[in-house]
Write a protein that binds this ligand. Sequence first.
Ligand code: GLU
Length: 338
Amino acid sequence: MSANERSMTAESDTSIHHPGSDSRPRTRLAPSPTGDLHLGNARTFLCNWALARRLGWSIILRHEDLDASRAVPGSCERIEASLHWLGLDWDGPSRLQSENLDPYIDAMRTLAGGDLVFRSDLSRREVREAIGAPHGGELVFPATLRPIERDRWGFMDRSAGHRFAMPGGEEVVRDEIFGTCTFDPAKEGGDPVVWTRDGRPAYQLAVVVDDLLDGVTDIVRGDDLLSSAARQQRLGQALGRGTPPRWWHLPLVHDQDGRRLSKRDGDLGLDALRTAGVSPERVVGLLLHLGGFVPEPAPIHARDAVGLINPERLTTLSESERGSPCRLGQEDLDWLRS
Ligand code: GLU
């Protein structure tokens, strides 16, 4: 095993970010600092936090701030304030991914050592044109676009874009909520970007490296990332992760028009709700109701959510419950503001 490979094993290096003495399972809250948290983010973080507190996992807070073009100044502080307002906490200080790029560079070297990354500066438009793909839908970067020249394989130039040569074949994701899901990441997404053309670690790489080095055992997040779990398992294997994390993918929260909540729903941001005089107990109560943990919306303190967010309910959702997003109706919003 090379020094790089050794540095990527969870056992040896959890101390890089967090003291290794805590042997409890560990989860992470991983917000992107692109603005205020909306109700959908709040639902994920509330479930994540309550499961952790109920099941005795430790919690770290990691701001996923590598994409400077999307970062909104001041959001890390606002997100932490919103989480505290909601009644959530975490163990130890929070951290920013951008604080130290060394682990990502090490990971790229490990991948390069296995001939698993190649340089590619093709833009999305160029990939589309090269493969004759129509606009819309997920863009698949096929193995046929991998370079033939040897000198484009490796990690020599940090200012150039790089992709991971996704191995072919099926990858099984065992999700606590969705059960056993089988993906073929090479066919479904192709070779993902692991290092961007503007010279920084890409999401897929950074999240895998951090979950490995942080010793994260349980990942709770929205089900829009379920297929990414297959890619992330593959990347984790390539970086020496023995067993994948336990995944808990939650159905997303949609607005009245059936669209997933996003930053454009500014008035559903926690900051805006707080300013409008909505209490955190109402937000928690509504989120528990939307998740089917309580029959009617009622004000609930976050500490009482720990007893109400029952993992059994999450792991036994019916296929239609898992397959359909929670819908935030006008009556829910009226109740929130009443
Ligand atoms: N930072 C990501 C987001 O806000 C979360 C990624 C993950 O949970 O893996 O969507």
